[in-house]
Ligand binder design. Structure first.
Ligand code: SF4
Length: 439
């Protein structure tokens, strides 16, 4: 025993560590105690399953093996490397946080919790995980897994989504944390929460802590933790245009603040959000639920096939009378035409919709109606080269001369061939729409 305080540490923590010693997951970032690797793995694993993120982590480490490599990379490169993991602000903040470490701390991750938490994108959980795992400091790392495990072990019925409920458990985690193996303890809780004390139906029959678990004794394990959610999110209709001009597509860069900032999209008109579906409108909510869960867990479009092998290009949407689709169409066409006129372009839009797509964010859902059209220039002059491209100059320059010259575009717009789409950081669901580009 290393510390006299250890007499107060409950016995179940030793049982948990013994279980961890046998069952710990072999994860690539566990091969070293490098704080940078642990930091990257913790940021990536937030909102992404470990198995899904593993290839991204390995590729990331090949591309940015050190903090200096990441700090020196430009934002677009970093966001592209993150593509597929979602929540792109995490990638941007990781790069900024690493830059702070390189520039302010001489490339050494600070060991002080306050300094660690002051880094961009580093919250209490990440700071606790990095400090405990890399430096074996006695710092809790409390995430949803840990809240669930403690709520059950101690039969706590307070709402863990409320500050008071969360703080109660955080204090308990610190109180019960072993002194000699804090890093292992945090990792043991992560693995235990992911494989034994799992959400919804805990695997109590194989649990090494069953003899100590108060919720199991009380018969409340499946009801815990208590989470009272406010699930209402606004539904926003979007009109999207896949517009081509001489083999190029017109693309727009989103503003450098807000949702999916600085990422590329097809020209889009965002309409006012829809009223929430009525509480008893089961038709809408059930279909939305099916579709949304599908899309969240699976990149819907390319992979969905009907039994006959035909690609399914339409999504299930709420009842037509949930909102006025005609209004969306008319509003979208009128707005896009005036925006394109300001760019010196006119467009002929096909009447048939290309596809419909629903995409769910944590705080809103987009219902996207997608059309295609052909552009014409109404500018008096066109430039021989395009200064708005975002990829290799030579590609645009060699094809953008003479009769193929491209109309000049202002900042924030570009022309791009579909062969070059893979080079772009796409704004969420817009990346899925590239499969519908035929030119
Ligand atoms: S007995 Fe069941 S509820 Fe309790 S800690 Fe183990 S898995 Fe979780």
């Amino acid at each position: 025993m290393n510390n006299k305080n250890e007499v107060n540490i409950p016995a179940w923590t030793l049982q948990l560590l013994a279980w961890y010693d046998v069952h710990k997951r072999a994860l690539p970032w566990r091969k070293s105690k490098d704080p940078y690797r642990i930091w990257v793995s913790e940021i990536m694993s937030q909102q992404t399953r470990i198995e899904a993120m593993r290839p991204y982590y390995e590729q990331w480490m090949r591309q940015f093996p050190t903090m200096e490599d990441l700090a020196a990379a430009d934002e677009d490169t970093v966001v592209r490397a993150w593509q597929g993991l979602g929540y792109y602000s995490r990638a941007r903040n990781l790069r900024l946080g690493v830059q702070e470490v390189v520039n302010k701390y001489g490339g050494q991750v600070p060991r002080d919790r306050k300094a660690m938490e002051s880094l961009r994108g580093v919250g209490a959980y990440t700071a606790g995980a990095v400090l405990s795992i890399a430096f074996n400091q006695r710092e809790p790392a409390v995430d949803g897994n840990v809240l669930r495990v403690y709520a059950r072990l101690y039969d706590i019925h307070d709402d863990i989504l409320k500050t008071a409920g969360r703080k109660q458990i955080e204090a308990l985690v610190l109180e019960t944390m072993p002194y000699d193996r804090p890093g292992d303890f945090n990792e043991a809780l992560m693995d235990f929460g992911a494989s034994v004390c799992i959400p919804k139906v805990p695997r109590c029959e194989v649990c090494p802590l069953a003899n100590m678990c108060r919720a199991l004794a009380a018969g409340t394990a499946k009801d815990l933790p208590v989470r009272i959610k406010n699930t209402k999110v606004p539904t926003i209709p979007l009109w999207v245009g896949l517009f081509s001009y001489k083999g190029y597509y017109l693309l727009h860069r989103r503003p450098n603040r807000g949702l999916l900032r600085s990422m590329w999209e097809f020209p889009t008109v965002e309409l006012a959000s829809l009223p929430e579906p009525k509480k008893n409108d089961e038709h809408i909510s059930r279909k939305e639920e099916i579709l949304f869960s599908d899309i969240v867990t699976n990149d819907a479009f390319e992979v969905k096939k009907k039994p006959g092998g035909k690609r399914r290009t339409s999504a299930i949407l709420p009842k037509p009378n949930a909102y006025d689709r005609r209004h969306v169409y008319e509003e979208g066409v009128a707005t896009i035409q005036s925006e394109l006129a300001a760019l010196g372009l006119s467009v002929v839009i096909k009447e048939e919709k290309v596809t419909e797509l629903v995409h769910v964010f944590s705080h809103r859902r987009w219902i996207m109606d997608v059309y295609e059209g052909t552009l014409e220039s109404i500018q008096a002059e066109v430039r021989e080269t395009d200064s708005n491209k975002v990829v290799d100059d030579s590609k645009v320059r060699s094809e953008g001369k003479g009769k193929n010259a491209l109309p000049t575009l202002p900042e924030g717009w570009c022309w791009l061939r579909k062969e070059e789409f893979a080079t772009l950081p796409w704004a969420g669901p817009h990346g899925k729409l590239t499969v519908f580009c035929q030119s």
